[in-house]
Design a protein around this ligand. Structure first.
Ligand code: MG
Ligand code: MG
Length: 611
């Protein structure tokens, strides 16, 4: 399928948009009239540029408020169309998108609309051009594709066809089955998260790429293909954040989303996402001094120093199934990461059933394998890079039971103390403003993770939006946090850290009170929770007094969902950069205590030097 993107979807000047689309690998672009109007050169210049970049101009749009207008507007519209035809011929495109009329003067008369389209198509055909009619979801009289199709049928002209758009169909829960055969001239795709607002504002500001929202775009595309359509598939996205983001970043997401939706619709094949089995390890970039301090912190949390790398300045701390690697090797990717971000997580490893297949899928979705320098005798672990550059290793357990630690580390034989925690429950990341969709698409497309519900969490200094990406079996959970304000916990993290990154690591335990008591005895510092919180949850959940008192004593936070209960507590932050969380899930609780995040952020804000 020819892959196209509307210029309105990308930031920059028209030549910048074309260059970004071509560089990422699109085959074509829809030229948005506004982009042309603000461009210094002529339509012929754009034709020349598109040719030199190997881009087809798939469509020129939009031509508004055309059909079923009273005179003299009707005649004026036909004259106006001739001028658009001139531009199209100079651009070298043959398709004009006419969207359904929204004008107050439009007449509710399908026969008139059909007659107008016939006249327009006649004029277009004389010049070798074609007309596509698209029903806008907020069109004055025509706002469903079936209605537009009826008018196209009545007009019955070979140069007139239908344009269908997933947003205009799915946003209003219209039925996408039964598209006409051979009369679809063009297909536009867009997704969106379900929002309760008027469809016009929703459409103009909050569309996103297929796979980033909640509309069944793949099912829509499947119907289009079933109708025999084999023309261009074009992304038409109106999104304020996209228009503020670098054009190439957005173009890459766009193409990735098209490759994904094509496969989901059954038009192409991609290997399935891997089956996950939790987090294998997290790697911190440190230097010697910070590594020593972080090692102390980890001991306080119940980790033991388990091994030293055979050839590098890299240490392994372990507890239960949790492996934390502290990398202070000079002149390495980790040291670069440390120079730029300070002490922080520079890599994450996920356990998968088939790493080779996982890399194949990632590569098919524009996320090629990343090769890290390795030493002699070290195991090569396949990796890809998350959108912020963090390495994500894919560790496939060997059938022999021999681990990557057996290969690369000298493991210390001394006994490990009893573990306080069993595994990594979730790894939360702070993202730069405007990048939620970017990360959601990466985890959804490459790993098949699905988004949990969106939370808006009040921080004392602004709002934090949080959405968790979860693997199908829920063994990997990655909460993603974004803040508009630079003063929230998330915003400050980004400033201190110089970019996106892990801001907390939650460790699962079966006995959180015991874990906290042990950790405190070893010198771990737990975040203090204000007494008012306990008054509040006592009333909210009707907990007995002795239970509340025990929670208060241990600075434990409490939540419930329909299946169970959640107990969790946070450590103090390490240099204001990241912190750990102990969590205990009771009888299948599935959330993350999002309602308590505000309390946590307020408590953390109190610990910071005042503004
Ligand atoms: Mg459209
Ligand atoms: Mg958490």
């Amino acid at each position: 399928m020819l892959k196209s993107i509307a210029t309105v979807s990308l930031s920059g000047t028209l030549p910048e948009k074309l260059e970004a689309a071509a560089a990422i690998g699109f085959d074509g672009v829809e030229i948005f009239e506004n982009d042309l109007l603000t461009f210094e050169g002529s339509p012929e210049d754009i034709k020349g540029l598109a040719n030199s970049l190997g881009l087809t101009i798939t469509c020129f749009q939009p031509f508004r408020d055309f059909e079923a207008m009273p005179e003299p507007r009707r005649t004026r519209n036909l004259d106006r169309a001739e001028r658009k035809f001139d531009v199209m011929q100079a651009l070298g495109t043959n398709l004009l998108l006419v969207c359904s009329n929204v004008h107050a003067a439009a007449i509710d008369d399908d026969e008139r609309a059909a007659a107008d389209f016939f006249a327009l198509a006649e004029r277009a055909q004389r010049r070798g051009l074609r007309i596509g009619y698209e029903a806008l979801a907020w069109g004055r009289h025509v706002n469903r594709w079936r209605h537009a199709w009826k008018i196209v049928q009545t007009a019955n002209h070979p140069a007139l066809g239908l344009i269908v758009d997933s947003f205009h169909t799915l946003a209003v829960n219209d039925d996408p089955t039964g598209f006409p055969t051979d009369k679809i001239f063009f297909v536009q795709l867009a997704d969106a998260s379900r929002l309760s607002m008027d469809v016009l504002s929703w459409s103009r500001h909050f569309r996103n790429f297929p796979g980033q929202g909640q509309l069944p775009v793949a099912a829509f595309l499947k119907e289009v293909l079933k109708a025999g359509y084999n023309g261009p598939i074009s992304l038409e996205i109106f999104n304020d954040e996209f228009r503020a983001a670098p054009a190439r970043l957005m173009a890459r997401d766009g193409l990735r989303s098209l490759l994904l939706v094509e496969a989901e619709a059954g038009a192409t094949e991609l290997p399935p996402p891997p089956i996950f089995d939790g987090v294998e390890f997290l790697e911190f970039a440190v230097d010697d001094e910070q590594g020593r301090r972080l090692g102390e912190t980890l001991r306080g949390l119940g980790f033991h120093y388990a091994g030293r790398h055979r050839s590098k300045s890299v240490d392994l701390f372990r507890q239960g199934r949790v492996n934390l690697i502290l990398n202070s090797e000079p002149d390495s990717a980790a040291s670069e990461h440390f120079q730029f971000h300070g002490t922080s997580v520079c890599a994450m490893a996920l356990r998968v059933d088939d790493a080779t297949q996982a890399i194949e899928r990632a590569t098919g979705l524009l996320c090629p394998e990343w090769h890290e320098r390795i030493g002699e005798g070290e195991r090569n672990i396949p990796a890809v890079r998350a959108p912020d550059g963090t390495l994500v290793y894919l560790v496939q357990p060997a059938p022999t039971g021999r681990t990557i630690y057996d290969d690369d580390f000298i493991l210390f034989p001394d006994e490990a103390p009893p573990s306080l925690v069993s595994s990594v429950d979730h790894v939360a990341q702070a993202l730069p403003t405007g990048r939620m969709d970017n990360f959601v698409l990466f985890y959804h497309a490459v790993f098949g993770f699905s988004p949990d519900q969106l939370w808006e969490i009040p921080d004392p200094y602004g709002l934090v939006r949080s959405r968790t990406m979860v693997s199908t079996d829920r063994s990997v959970r990655l909460p993603l946090n974004v803040s508009e304000s630079r003063e929230t916990a998330t915003g400050r993290f980004l400033t201190t850290y110089a970019g996106a990154g892990v801001h907390h690591i939650a460790l699962a335990t079966d006995d959180i009170v015991h874990a906290l008591e042990q950790a405190s005895a070893r010198g771990a510092r737990v975040l203090g929770i204000p007494a008012n919180y306990y008054e509040d949850i006592g009333a909210k959940w009707g907990l007995p007094d002795d239970r509340i008192e025990s929670l208060r004593q241990h600075n434990l936070l409490y939540d419930q969902d329909e299946s169970g209960e959640f107990l969790h507590a946070y450590t103090d932050t390490f240099d204001g950069r990241f912190f750990f969380e102990f969590v205990q899930r009771i009888s299948g609780y599935q959330q993350y205590g999002a309602t308590n995040a505000a309390v946590r952020m307020a408590a953390q804000a109190q610990q910071r030097p005042s503004r």
